[in-house]
Design a binder for this molecule. Structure first.
Ligand SMILES: *Cc1c(COP(=O)(O)O)cnc(C)c1O
Length: 377
């Protein structure tokens, strides 16, 4: 398949970039003894899991179908976590997961008997400290429902727990800040951790960021694991797929109302939702900081404020021209929706040898089926 002939909109995952991230992940494992499970809520495009499997230990999930998907398509260790399980969820998941992590002491008490003897049992703790840029994504925010706070723990629960999970980082690029969180956890929960088999420190540690000091992170993890006598886990999502994937779009119109807007055949609300939720503009490969031709890159949805970014270019944009919206994998391909009945982006992988392989393609029937399957009678 030739890249130039692909119909936009589409996502294209670059194998070489993915493997470069995975090599860093493997190095971190080698120097620290940590195990790494992929957070499926960030990235679940199972068509590339064969590329990821050799480097990571398994998957972790945020809901019942992710557990099933991880078990079916990735294998290795399958961690099951949910903020709120129903009894049906627990029964479905218990047979296929290796670890079941409850969010509260009440869920643990209600469902432990279903899991016992089938999977290792864990509880999420909330350390009350965190590193997250936005309040919306801060697990230690005021009144947080995510995990049990230190002052609410009934120490007796640890008698029947195999492990605990903490998740308190979001895109943390500072190893110094992460070490501070580790110290806080040791101080608050150390005596409990000493009794456990495993501790997961969650996701959000951005160890694949350029110039991230992986050696210092590895040493800190190793020391923490030895101090408490536990197998450590991290649950990376974004760190694994960061900067691997472009959303490729075509300019379909150019309009002007005070500013020039290039309208493209995609929308943030449907295809790149976090641009909107977190107000984080996209970056465009073709843009140039010194360019003198300024455009809003506008979406083709009907939402008035729906735009990818503002960007400058060396030359005027033309209708029919392709643009690459960079870094469009994490929390993006898992959130695609059919708003406005827009055409859903196809998904491709560009292999290291240059070959382009199709992973997914959608049509009108998929749109229609997602809305209703039967009519009222
Ligand atoms: C979101 C989440 C992750 C993954 O976070 P990243 O920032 O993508 O690394 C891991 N564990 C839990 C419990 C999460 O909620």
């Amino acid at each position: 398949m030739q890249k130039s002939g692909l119909k936009t909109p589409y996502f294209i995952i670059d194998e070489s970039k993915l493997v470069a991230n995975l090599e860093k992940a493997k190095y971190l494992k080698d120097i620290s003894g940590v195990k790494l499970v992929l957070a499926l809520k960030c990235f679940s495009t199972w068509g590339v899991f064969d590329l990821i499997k050799p480097y990571l230990d398994g998957t972790t999930s945020s809901g019942p179908y992710e557990v099933k998907l991880g078990h079916e398509t990735f294998g290795g260790e399958t961690h099951a976590y949910s903020v709120g399980y129903s009894e049906d969820d627990v029964r479905e998941v218990a047979d296929i997961c290796d670890k079941m992590i409850f969010n509260s002491q009440s869920q643990l008490a209600a469902y432990r008997h279903i899991v016992e003897g089938k999977a290792s049992i864990g509880l999420r703790l909330n350390p009350g400290v965190s590193y997250a840029g936005q309040d919306l994504a801060n697990p230690a925010r005021q009144f947080s429902r995510l995990g049990v706070q230190a002052d609410q723990i009934n120490p007796a629960v640890f008698d029947s727990l195999n492990g605990v999970m903490f998740h308190m980082n979001c895109e943390n690029k500072s190893v110094t800040a992460f070490k501070g969180l580790l110290d806080s956890i040791s101080l608050q929960f150390g005596k409990y951790l000493d009794e456990l088999e495993w501790v997961s420190l969650g996701g959000g540690v951005f160890f694949t960021w350029p110039d991230y000091d992986i050696d210092t992170l590895g040493l800190a993890l190793k020391e923490f694991a030895e101090r408490h006598g536990v197998q450590l886990y991290l649950e990376p999502g974004e760190a694994i797929i960061t900067k691997t994937t472009d959303l490729v779009v075509t300019v379909v119109d150019i309009v002007e109302n005070g500013k020039k807007t290039a309208i493209v055949d995609s929308a943030t609300e449907a295809h790149r939702l976090d641009t909107l939720i977190y107000n984080e503009p996209a970056s465009v490969l073709e843009a140039s900081e010194s360019g003198s031709h300024d455009y809003v890159i506008g979406s083709c949805s009907c939402l008035a404020g729906d735009q990818f970014c503002e960007a400058s270019f060396d030359e005027p944009l033309n209708i029919g021209q392709k643009l690459h919206l960079l870094d469009s994998a994490g929390y993006t391909m898992v959130k695609l929706n059919w708003f406005n009945g827009l055409k859903m982006p196809s998904i491709y992988c560009e292999r290291s040898n240059g070959e382009v392989q199709m992973l997914n393609e959608f049509g009108y029937e998929d749109f229609k089926r997602s809305l209703s399957q039967w009519s009222v009678k």
